[in-house]
Design a protein around this ligand. Structure first.
Ligand SMILES: CC(C)(COP(=O)(O)OP(=O)(O)OC[C@H]1O[C@@H](n2cnc3c(N)ncnc32)[C@H](O)[C@@H]1OP(=O)(O)O)[C@@H](O)C(=O)NCCC(=O)NCCS
Length: 174
C-alpha cells in the first residue's frame, strides 16, 4: 500500500475539478435539493473559479494518492484567502475530501497531518475550519483530530442558508 501527497498545480485543474464535484456530490446530495446542489457545484467548481483559487498564492491544494489512484484532496488558506477574518496566525482547512471508496483507511488523517505540517512550517498557532452542522461524520472526524467548536457562521447552499460550525485546533499556547 502506498500513500503519496502531492501539491496541485494549474495542470491538475481538470482532475481537481472532477474530484471536487464527485466528492461534494457524494457527501451532500442526500440532504440537499438537486437545484441547490447544482447551483453550488456550478458556482464553486467552475473552471474560472478553480483557476483563480489555484493561482492564489495564499492557498494550497494537495492531492492524496492511494496505490497511485487519486483518492482525495486538501485545500488550505492563509492570510486574506481565509473564508473568515481569522488573522495571520491561523490556517484554514477549507476543503478536505476523501472519495467514498477510500474513506476510513487513514487518508483523511494523512491530509490533516499535512495541514498541521504546513501550519507549523508557517508559524501558525491554530488551524480552523467550517463544517455543516448536519455533517456529523466530518464533525466526529474533526473531534478525533483534536478540534473543538468555537463558533458558527452561515453559508449558502444555492438559495438555502445553512449553519456551519467553526471548529478550531490550537496547538501553540498564546
Ligand atoms: C471526513 C473525512 C475527511 C475523514 O477521512 P477518512 O479518511 O474517512 O478518515 P480516517 O480514516 O483518516 O480517520 C481518522 C480517524 O478519525 C476517525 N473517524 C473518521 N471518520 C469518523 C466518523 N465518521 N466517526 C467517528 N470517527 C471517525 C477514525 O476512526 C480514525 O480514528 P483513529 O485515528 O483513532 O484510527 C472523509 O470521511 C470524507 O472525505 N468525508 C466526506 C467529505 C466531508 O465531509 N469532508 C469534510 C467537509 S467539511
Amino acid at each position: 500500500m502506498t500513500v503519496i501527497i502531492k501539491e496541485c498545480t494549474r495542470e491538475d485543474l481538470r482532475q481537481l475539478q472532477q474530484i471536487s464535484v464527485e466528492t461534494f456530490n457524494d457527501t451532500f446530495k442526500d440532504q440537499n435539493s438537486p437545484e441547490n446542489m447544482k447551483a453550488y457545484l456550478e458556482k464553486a467548481f467552475n473552471t474560472k473559479q478553480l483557476e483563480k483559487e489555484l493561482s492564489n498564492i495564499s492557498s494550497e491544494f494537495y492531492f492524496i494518492l492511494f496505490n497511485e489512484e487519486l483518492a482525495g484532496y486538501l485545500k488550505v488558506n492563509r492570510n486574506d484567502a481565509q473564508c473568515e477574518k481569522m488573522g495571520d496566525e491561523s490556517l484554514e482547512i477549507e476543503r478536505i475530501y476523501i472519495s467514498s471508496k477510500y474513506q476510513r483507511k487513514g487518508l483523511g488523517k494523512n491530509l490533516f497531518n499535512k495541514a498541521m505540517e504546513i501550519a507549523i512550517r508557517q508559524n501558525k498557532k491554530k488551524i480552523w475550519l467550517g463544517v455543516w452542522e448536519k455533517n456529523v461524520d466530518a464533525i466526529n472526524f474533526y473531534k478525533k483530530m483534536g478540534f473543538v467548536q468555537t463558533g458558527a457562521h452561515s453559508f449558502y447552499m444555492g438559495d438555502e442558508e445553512q449553519i456551519d460550525f467553526i471548529m478550531t485546533k490550537t496547538f501553540i499556547e498564546p
